[in-house]
Write a protein that binds this ligand. Structure first.
Ligand code: KIV
Length: 253
């Protein structure tokens, strides 16, 4: 299991996949860290699975700082990656200032969504010695513009664009790149082509690692689960059962 971001390149060459999960609070991050997860992501998915927002576009820097600090308190070993939320990196200056705030709140690296269009922002972050993780493919922060969550890498233009984005982020110095909802063969092709480690979600098994939203893994958000995420627990049912048992006991005559 990883203890530092500097170990990521050797994991790519060793072929042992990186196992990455999201956390947004102290107990979850502590449990994941103690269980041996390689990297913990304070994803802006927290807007949906913790705060009940319809998508991630309503997540603010204040929310990310609050949850990153809680996660930091729970983690002793695993490097923590924090998301830059929607419109927090419109310019290189803004991206750097907000990346610094996330690092001050306890992140070890920051992530933003996008490829070639954001290279000035990525370079500003990396030039200030802040480790950076990219995110390409289906971009949840663009859901409104795109009119839904759509798989990427289905047309020659999309494939060319994804490869160009991955290469640009790699050359800018990204430590890793999340490949979200990308056709399996295309994700594998990108993984072969770049030095940075790829971390897939809904992108097949040909990446250097896998990331999941923990709520999908443990079944604690039963109202929606993406088809590629297999729930290995039913926390929603456990909560419901415990509450019903307690209600019956309290209300027993
Ligand atoms: O916000 C998030 O949880 C993410 C993962 C889906 C990769 O970015």
């Amino acid at each position: 299991m990883l203890t530092s971001l500097s170990e990521i390149p050797s994991r790519k060459s060793s072929g042992l996949p990186l196992a990455v999960l999201t956390a947004y609070d102290y107990p979850t991050s502590r449990l994941l860290d103690e269980a041996g997860v390689d990297l913990i992501l304070v994803g802006d998915s927290l807007g949906m699975v913790v705060l009940g927002l319809p998508d991630t576009t309503g997540v603010t820097m204040e929310m990310m700082l609050h949850h990153t600090a809680a996660v930091r308190r729970g983690v002793k070993r695993a490097p923590v990656i924090a998301d830059l939320p929607f419109h927090s990196y419109d310019t290189p200056e803004q991206a750097l200032a907000n990346a610094r705030r996330l690092m001050d709140a306890g992140a070890d690296a920051v992530k933003l969504e996008g490829g070639r269009a954001f290279i000035p922002q990525v370079c500003a972050i990396i030039a200030s010695s802040i480790p950076f993780v990219g995110h390409i493919g289906m971009l949840p922060q663009s859901v409104r513009e795109e009119g839904g969550y759509k798989k990427k890498g289905k047309t020659p233009e999309q494939i060319e664009g994804l490869i160009a984005d991955a290469v640009a982020l790699d050359q800018a110095g990204a430590t890793a790149i999340v490949l979200e909802s990308i056709v399996q063969d295309v994700a594998a092709q990108i993984t072969e082509k770049i030095r940075a480690s790829t971390i897939g979600i809904g992108a097949g098994s040909g990446t250097d690692g896998q990331v999941l939203v923990t709520h999908d893994l443990i079944g604690s958000f039963p109202w929606f689960r993406p088809p590629f995420a297999k729930a290995r627990s039913d926390v929603a049912r456990s909560i419901s059962t415990a509450v019903h048992e307690w209600l019956a006991e309290v209300r027993a005559p």
